[in-house]
Design a protein around this ligand. Structure first.
Ligand SMILES: N=CN[C@@H](CCC(=O)O)C(=O)O
Ligand SMILES: [Mn+2]
Ligand SMILES: [Mn+2]
Length: 329
């Protein structure tokens, strides 16, 4: 794996999980993931780079944590999402590893209190560098302010700067198009709309799972003004979802997929800031992940809004891990 040195706040930590043996037939995620070459901010020493790819033809994946609570705090939500990257890694670790690609861990960008914008910029730089090194990047949020960090990385990549048409597909009960004085977990897609306009590009944004009852008329109006395509949670029959995603994919060259776990029913994803009374069933969300992976257009993905403090038996973390595993298959 090509591993240019990155600067992160916390370098990759050792992974753990159940041990059944050393052979490939026993391999679990914790045994397969290697550290990506990173330079911790407070030290100049590099850690060893990634392991040899399992399949030279498959794009290697790199995980980057975005440990941030600041966006949810500013959006008046239930804080705790800064602990999510560690919880998702802990849920991924014991899973059987059936992937045909190498996976590396680049560690975490950590958002200090009040320093959201600087953290988003640091994470964006890291993602852009990893994309340009030929990796499929996976950001583990963090509140949904993670999405603007992801966007900075994607928009800074050679692919998008070179003119490839970017699509942003959000699996979410919410538009997150709030007009606020400060960026938060409720504003990332309006920030993207403005940044895309400033770059002279069309804003291609679709949301799947919108809860009508949890988005005001003002948010629907903003979505209408920006030409946002969306499907409501109650309209997420499997065939309709498949058509919606296929139509959106057909009009873009590269896709940034963002999964806000509150798109799932509260029984499946209780560990979020705003649990969903209705939600889109997990099999439907999982099918979207398979469809996106099969399209060959996936550039970057993030998983946001896990709050381990409100989780039940690690249920939401396990769902997040399972979706990441599905996307990388
Ligand atoms: N990322 C969060 N978005 C939602 C939260 C809604 C809520 O807390 O009820 C929003 O701002 O609309
Ligand atoms: Mn959201
Ligand atoms: Mn949401």
């Amino acid at each position: 794996m090509v591993s240019p040195a990155l600067t992160v706040d916390v370098p990759p930590q050792p992974w753990t999980g159940r041990f059944d043996g050393e052979g490939a037939e026993h391999r679990r995620w914790w045994q397969a993931v290697s550290p990506y070459a990173v330079a911790p901010s407070e030290s100049s020493s590099d850690l060893p780079g990634g392991a040899a790819p399992l399949n030279a033809g498959a794009v290697p994946a790199v995980l980057l944590g975005f440990a941030s609570d600041e966006g949810v705090r500013r959006n008046k939500g239930r804080t705790g999402a800064a602990a999510a990257p560690a919880a998702i890694r802990a849920a991924l670790g014991p899973l059987a590893f059936h992937l045909d690609r190498a996976v590396a861990d680049a560690g975490d960008v950590v958002v200090a209190d009040g320093a959201l914008e600087a953290g988003q910029a640091r994470a964006g730089q890291a993602v852009a560098a990893m994309l340009d090194a030929g990796c499929l990047t996976v950001m583990l949020g963090g509140g949904h302010e993670t999405a603007f960090a992801s966007y900075l990385g994607v928009a800074g990549s050679a692919e998008v700067r070179g003119g490839r048409r970017l699509g942003i597909l959000n699996l979410d009960a919410h538009f997150d198009l709030r007009e606020e004085p400060l960026p938060s977990s409720g504003t990332p897609f309006l920030q993207m709309a403005r940044a895309e306009a400033a770059a002279g590009r069309e804003f291609r944004y679709a949301v799947l799972g919108i809860s009508e009852a949890n988005n005001t008329k003002a948010l629907f109006d903003t979505a209408g003004r920006l030409g946002v395509r969306y499907l409501a949670d109650e309209d997420c029959a499997p065939g309709d979802v498949q058509d919606f995603v296929a139509q959106f994919l057909a009009g873009v060259d590269v896709l940034y997929l963002t999964i806000d776990l509150d798109v799932l029913p509260a029984s499946v994803a209780p560990g979020v800031s705003a649990p969903a009374a209705f939600g889109v069933p997990l099999p439907v969300i999982s099918a979207v992940c398979r469809q996106v992976a099969a399209s060959g257009k996936l550039l970057h993905v993030d998983v946001a809004e896990l709050n381990p403090a409100f989780d039940i038996d690690g249920r939401t973390a396990k769902v997040a891990a399972r979706l990441v595993n599905t996307l990388l298959r």
